[in-house]
Design a protein around this ligand. Structure first.
Ligand SMILES: [Zn+2]
Ligand SMILES: [Zn+2]
Length: 323
């Protein structure tokens, strides 16, 4: 049994560590965890507040593609004569800093938005981006979840209301989809249920860049949304799929964390598999969740992987739920 007080102390410890790391690295994405103990807002409320002030930085990748790194999901930006295409739209409160970052690339309008999945830290900007003139494209389940109130459990504990009409994707697909924009090919592919049931990857074959959405978190424990079809086994299956989609030269944009590569995808898969194995074995022995958390099945990774979005206890709880 882990007393509640010791969990709270651990959280504060990670909050402190995370804040220092962010300050030191300056490029690191912000902490969704930072405000999670806030009794008025929880993790989601804290994320709204944090995204309002978190700086959004621009990193140029290859050809006409760059990435915006901020408090919410990473945004890929494709520029060219057709205007800007964005993959994901951050948390709604990040709008001023996202707008500033986009303007620093060039003054072209946003014409197309693609959502990697339905979560608020990837679709929060849908309404304003649509109002600015963009069409929205996503998997059909993204439209489904945005079109009605949707409750998310885990450490979110939040019911998202129906999204405004302008935020709902106008074009959706089922399995895969391709488009040409700014003389560039984009290949969109739906994953089997993984982090949610709405996850897609976006591959730019000419530049060899893959945006994985939240099927890949670079050196951060992932959130897994069981309420809309996610599971630890699905998240591992998607991690395996991502490894087969890339070569050692591919640039990989994660949903959260710094831009990575194939080795980072392999590490992510290995960490998930290792922790899943340990948690499953303990659960099979009949251990209740608090004892499994106390056993620290991710001890080797907790200091680095548990400091931002999911603390080690929250991540173990997500794994425990699915094994
Ligand atoms: Zn996310
Ligand atoms: Zn997500």
């Amino acid at each position: 049994m882990v007393p509640q007080a010791s969990i709270d102390i651990t959280r504060r410890h990670f909050l402190t560590t995370g804040a220092l790391t962010v300050a030191a690295a300056s490029l690191a994405p912000g902490s969704l965890l930072a405000q999670k103990d806030n009794p008025t807002g929880g993790l989601v409320g804290g994320a709204f507040k944090e995204a309002a002030t978190e700086k959004v930085t621009v990193q140029t990748l290859r050809r006409n593609i760059s990435v915006l790194l901020g408090a919410g999901g990473n945004i890929a930006v494709l520029t060219g004569p057709d205007g800007k295409l964005l993959i994901d739209a951050e948390i709604v409160t990040a709008r001023p800093n996202v707008s500033k970052a986009l303007a620093s690339i060039n003054g072209d309008p946003i014409k197309q938005l693609i959502n990697t999945h339905w979560h608020f830290d990837h679709t929060g900007g849908n309404e304003w981006v649509h109002a600015a003139g963009a069409s929205i494209l996503a998997h059909e389940n993204t439209r489904k979840h945005l079109s009605k109130p949707t409750r998310v459990e885990g450490n979110w504990q939040y019911t998202f209301p129906t999204a405004p009409a302008g935020a709902i994707p106008s074009t959706v697909f089922t399995d895969d989809h391709s488009l040409h924009f700014n003389n560039t090919t984009l290949m969109l592919k739906h994953y089997l249920p993984a982090h949610t049931d709405s996850d897609i990857s976006v591959h730019f074959p000419e530049a060899d860049i893959l945006h994985t959405g939240d099927t890949f978190w670079n050196r951060d424990y992932p959130f897994i949304d069981y309420a809309t079809g996610g599971s630890i086994d699905g998240q591992i299956r998607a991690a395996e799929a991502n490894i087969t989609k890339v070569t050692s030269k591919t640039i990989v944009i994660p949903g959260h964390g710094q831009v990575g590569n194939k080795a980072d995808l392999v590490l992510f898969r290995d960490v998930l598999v290792e922790i899943r194995g340990k948690v499953a074995a303990l659960k099979k022995q009949g251990k209740p969740l608090p004892e499994v958390i106390a056993a620290k099945p991710g001890a080797r990774y907790d200091a680095e992987w548990g400091k931002l979005f999911q603390n080690p206890a929250d991540f173990v709880a997500l794994v425990y739920q699915g094994v």
